[in-house]
Design a protein around this ligand. Structure first.
Ligand SMILES: [Zn+2]
Length: 314
């Protein structure tokens, strides 16, 4: 039985972790206390951190899906010690490696809490990442941030008492290490960066994300959704299966346009002149970064693209 968190133990670990961090890990300034919304029975969405944090009450404790940026250690500690004082954090999931979702891993590994992730997420934390699309080089993370329990393929089940908690791999989508967490009895899916709530998604092509994988991942999520499923994205408010269908249709259309542009031998500038997202901008907003990332991502998969084009839109 693990000792329950206390304010002192969590903050002490957070301060110790922060002391070994360099500036690049400070993903964003803390925005103040976390606010919470109950999205289903025992499922709380914490807003105000670098990325969404989902707290799941189980018979054995609290499961966190993502844990915010490093500067969120204090606000997260405050929420846990005031709202879940009687329950230890039993497990932490990382939906992918980005700093706004994994910034407090060290707080939990210091207490012996398992941090579950896809193996590629762990591997990205062990090496330099030259993220050309946001002009940053991410140095390897200290070992205290590395996930402790990883997997490669398939769907897995976490034993947390009565309700099932499943998790699985989402292909090469937002990154190549995306996972989802599924609570079938509560009809909730935590989908991480694969899903966006109202802005264009960002395939992080530097660490393996691309549009084809995003389409595959949306298909996988839609297979386990019904009309009432609550889907929690990496940022923003929850969405539903209709939103996933809309995102899939947009991704399929843009993938088709990128591919056709490649096959015609156009330059990127010529591709942009065609205003490839003009039918989607009203719903998804400013497309510039999305188009850049989507275009670069497809380059690495050019031999696979025809399979997606032949399958066609739904
Ligand atoms: Zn991300």
């Amino acid at each position: 039985m693990k000792a329950p968190f206390t304010r002192r133990s969590l903050l002490g670990a957070a301060v110790a972790g922060t002391a070994q961090l360099a500036w690049p890990y400070l993903a964003r300034a803390a925005t103040g206390p976390l606010t919470s919304t109950t999205v289903a029975d025992g499922v709380t969405l914490l807003h105000g951190a670098g990325g969404n944090i989902t707290a799941i009450d189980t018979a054995t404790g609290v499961v966190l899906v993502d844990c915010g940026a490093d500067v969120d250690a204090g606000p997260l500690n405050d929420w846990l010690t005031t709202k879940r004082a009687d329950k230890p954090v039993s497990h932490v999931f990382n939906t992918h490696w980005h700093l706004d979702h994994t910034g407090c891993n060290d707080v939990f590994t210091a207490r012996g809490v398992p941090v579950i992730a896809h193996e590629n997420t762990r591997l990205w934390m062990t090496t330099d990442i030259n993220s050309t699309w946001n002009n940053r080089v991410y140095p390897p993370r200290p070992t205290s941030f590395w996930p402790t329990d990883t997997f490669y393929y398939g769907v897995h089940e976490l034993d947390v008492g009565a309700d099932a908690l499943r998790y699985g791999y989402l292909s090469q989508a937002h990154t190549d290490g995306d996972l989802y967490v599924h609570l079938p009895e509560r009809n909730v899916i935590v989908a991480g960066g694969v899903v966006t709530d109202g802005s264009y998604p960002l395939p992080d092509y530097v660490t393996g994300g691309w549009l084809g994988g995003m389409i595959d991942s949306l298909n996988l999520l839609l297979e386990i959704c019904d009309d009432n499923t609550i889907v929690i994205a990496a940022h923003g408010t929850p969405v539903d299966s209709k939103h996933l269908q809309a995102q899939r249709a947009m991704c399929e259309d843009v993938l088709t346009k990128i591919s056709n542009s490649y096959y015609k031998g156009e330059s990127y500038a010529e591709f942009l002149i065609s205003l490839p997202t003009r039918d989607h901008d009203a719903l998804w907003g400013e497309p510039r970064q999305f188009l850049h990332n989507a275009y670069e991502g497809v380059w690495g998969h050019i031999t696979e693209v025809r399979r997606y084009l032949q399958r066609g839109s739904r």
